[in-house]
Design a binder for this molecule. Sequence first.
Ligand code: PEP
Ligand code: MN
Length: 343
Amino acid sequence: MIVWLEKGADASYVQRVLADLGLWALRLDGPEGTVGFSVQPWSRKVPLETLRGIEGVASVAAPASSHRLVDAATLPVEVAGVRIGGSRPVLMAGPCSVETPGQIEQVAGRLAARGVTFLRGGAFKPRSSPYAFQGHGEQALAWLRRAADAHGLKVVTEALSEASVPAVAEVADLIQVGSRNMHNSALLQAIARRGKAVLLKRGMAATVEEWLQAGEYLLFHGASAVVFCERGIRSFDASTRNLLDLGAVALLRHVHQLPVVVDPSHALGRRDLMPPLARAALAAGAAGLLVEIHPSPGQALSDGPQALRLDDFDALVDSLETATPAIRTPPAPPAGRADRAGR
Ligand code: PEP
Ligand code: MN
């Protein structure tokens, strides 16, 4: 983007204003004494109108963005009455897979007591192996919704395919797009057409630009809001399951001003390093966390090694509360049944 100045304008004044707005601007000396500033891509996102309004600015030339609706999004977003990207980090937690009514009920009760807002749990599971547990499907959705309602929680769960979209959209407050599906534009459209908010996981080898464009698909086709979720990307190093890209989290939050939550569970693949990484995620600007929990990880049907035990989760929230006291702010009162009609 280039900001051109009027002839005779005070260039150092404009440069100061740009810097105060969080823009990195390099001076350009054009022909016949014209002066401009080239704004670097890592600058803060500022509306073009604000730039055009600076005294001495003649014009602003901006390349067309391929994600205009994402660019125009503002913080916080509201999802089923919950603010995401405001001052209070939002906790989303639950098992990798919804396994039994008892399992999800036990987890939901424990999470609600610790200020969790969204209950997660997979009913349709994207698994790398065809021999692995694929999820209990529609009956698991019903167990998940019942457990959430019993404890005043919202539901986030994945729509794995176009075929599962109607059933998932019926029960979910926030529809999850899994990492393996971020590039599936047909699925993105089918989900978006439901008009609900979407949790968009970053593809495991997706650039930030591709991730934002997937968000654009969702907003363009009718999603009410997009919450981005960084869950770790592929790296050359297998010491942890994936590489959590906290730079991308800071970029989305502080430059693009977007709601982004972090999933340290799939990033790490192990439970022991969860507290420090979760604290780091919030410090980097995450609007919340998505964490896997299981009452008995040794018996989990999927992702047991990374699931926190219920007591581990209490310890995690304790440590988050110390580092980020805003987590302790009481959430909005649980939405009652009347509210659910509008889901
Ligand atoms: C999940 O959250 O259940 C999941 C499968 O994660 P991902 O799509 O990030 O692998
Ligand atoms: Mn999982």
